[in-house]
Design a protein around this ligand. Structure first.
Ligand code: DAL
Ligand code: ZN
Length: 270
């Protein structure tokens, strides 16, 4: 076939264009397309590995084989301090005393029955009591803020009644109690106060199911003693605000130690 000079030029240009397009397609397949997949794999390992979010086997998120939450949040960078006792996210346990140990909160407000808490927690608790009331339940405050000095007498009483070892599983040393932050309160109702029976009363079951909606956690759940350092206390609730309480509730995370990737705190340092 004899082509004109213009025809040959056209054939050459078409061949070069096809070759360039082919080369571009191969490059895209070998490099760019693989990156998003690699990034998703890295995200997954960060969520499962370094985050410390390891819901307990008792957690609702894993119970009955239900799927893990699809958008887990990262506990690695708390929005609020977990060391400053004025922070709603402060973590106080046997390895994390208040700093300073004699800390006194500033804005204590009444929650009834002669008890006080920090104002934001007091407001949330009174809303919780009102919601329980509309559900036909009566819940009250048994013990809110406790000073360092008062905790000395609380712990001494526990030691005298239970013995030194058992007392440490039930009562914090002065300077190590959440009550001293003003963010914790012991609640009671249905004739059970500061005792395990509270957990099986209608009031106690309501607290276990609903406290998170008002920004509270049941801080010492059953089965988590090796992490929290304390026996099951269905009556002790801790204010952390609704952002964190909702996040933990939705993810089935039961303890602040797990939420923030902190070490278990079963005992005081020796
Ligand atoms: N009962 C709790 C652990 C306290 O004494 O703070
Ligand atoms: Zn308590």
């Amino acid at each position: 076939v004899r082509l004109t000079r213009r025809g040959r030029l056209l054939v050459t240009l078409t061949t070069v264009t096809v070759l360039v397009l082919l080369a571009l397609a191969v490059t895209a397949l070998l490099s760019g397309r693989s990156h998003p997949t690699a990034a998703r794999a890295a995200d997954r390992s960060a969520v499962g590995g370094s985050s410390g979010r390891t819901p307990s086997s008792r957690s609702p998120a894993t119970a009955g084989g239900s799927a893990a939450p699809s958008t887990p949040s990262s506990p690695a960078a708390p929005q609020y301090s977990i060391s400053d006792p004025t922070s709603i996210w402060v973590v106080v346990n046997k390895l994390r005393p208040l700093q300073p140990k004699t800390y006194v909160p500033a804005d204590l407000a009444s929650v009834g029955d002669g008890q006080v808490m920090r104002a934001p927690a007091a407001g949330a608790l009174l809303s919780m009591f009102a919601a329980a009331e509309s559900d036909g339940l009566s819940i009250h405050a048994d013990s809110g803020y406790r000073s360092y000095t008062y905790q000395v007498s609380v712990h001494d009483r526990a030691a005298a009644t239970l013995g030194a070892v058992a007392a440490d599983g039930a009562s914090a040393l002065p300077g190590y109690s959440e009550h001293q932050t003003g963010w914790a309160v012991d609640v009671g109702g249905d004739g059970c106060d500061i005792a395990v029976c509270f957990g099986s009363t209608p009031a106690g079951r309501w607290v276990a199911a609903n406290a998170w909606r008002f920004g509270f956690l049941v801080r010492y759940p059953a089965g988590e003693e090796a992490i929290t350092g304390y026996e099951y206390e269905p009556w002790h609730i801790r204010y952390v605000g609704t952002e964190l309480s909702t996040r933990m509730h939705d993810a089935g995370v039961l303890t602040l130690e797990q939420e923030f990737g902190l070490p278990p705190a079963p005992n005081y340092p020796s």
